[in-house]
Write a protein that binds this ligand. Structure first.
Ligand code: AMP
Length: 191
């Protein structure tokens, strides 16, 4: 069973929701860099204060900050048996850093589940989420910027994982449970 996983997909593709379901299935934690940053911001830590300006504009938090946070989180006891990364890596350099972090323990990513969703649905889904969750970075101009950053910085990592034979594409259209079932099938949790 694959237990060191990356979840890929544009903002609003359901990575967070699917990550939580998969976490319950596999008994391993999700590691969401967005959630870790939001927690740091809510607690007003130095890291949170630094991240805030980037997040509010829809830009990526600098790699130096993000990579150190991920390295520390993956070193926690509960991540030893596996983890589901949601929102990391988000650019090609982060793919390499993640590889190095794991390689020091003789480990590697075993699969990259990529949620695929038509572009025109994404903005609507994010605006709907904004009205439910009230996330400060879910306003329309910031959503547009996050999508531009996604295309420019994050989308290229799909090809990187594909070329390594790790990419597991999943149709992200449908209900939460339909998509969850597709993920279980590509990961061979169910037949
Ligand atoms: P998310 O909840 O995954 O949409 O992340 C919210 C925001 O956190 C993003 O728009 C970025 O500003 C920041 N962020 C999350 N993950 C990363 C990452 N891997 N690298 C840089 N910034 C990130």
């Amino acid at each position: 069973m694959k237990r060191r996983l990356v979840l890929l997909g544009p903002p609003g593709s359901g990575k967070g929701t699917q990550g939580e379901l998969l976490s319950a299935d596999l008994g391993i934690p999700t590691v969401s860099t967005g959630a870790l940053f939001r927690d740091q911001m809510a607690r007003g830590t130095a890291l949170g204060v630094e991240a805030q300006t980037y997040i509010a504009q829809g830009h990526l938090v600098p790699d130096r900050v993000t990579n150190a946070m991920v390295q520390s989180r993956l070193g926690s006891a509960d991540a030893v048996q596996g983890f589901i990364l949601d929102g990391y890596p988000r650019n090609v350099p982060q793919v390499g850093v993640l590889e190095e972090i794991l390689a020091t323990q003789g480990l590697a990513i075993e699969g990259a589940v990529s949620l695929e969703l038509p572009e025109d649905l994404i903005v609507g889904r994010l605006l709907k989420r904004a009205s439910i969750e009230g996330r400060a970075d879910d306003t329309e101009p910031v959503i547009r910027e996050r999508l531009a950053v996604y295309h420019r910085e994050t989308e290229p990592i799909i090809d990187v994982y594909r070329s390594r034979g790790l990419l597991l594409p999943v149709d992200g259209l449908g209900t939460v449970s339909e998509v969850a079932d597709r993920i279980r099938r590509v990961l061979e949790i169910v037949a």
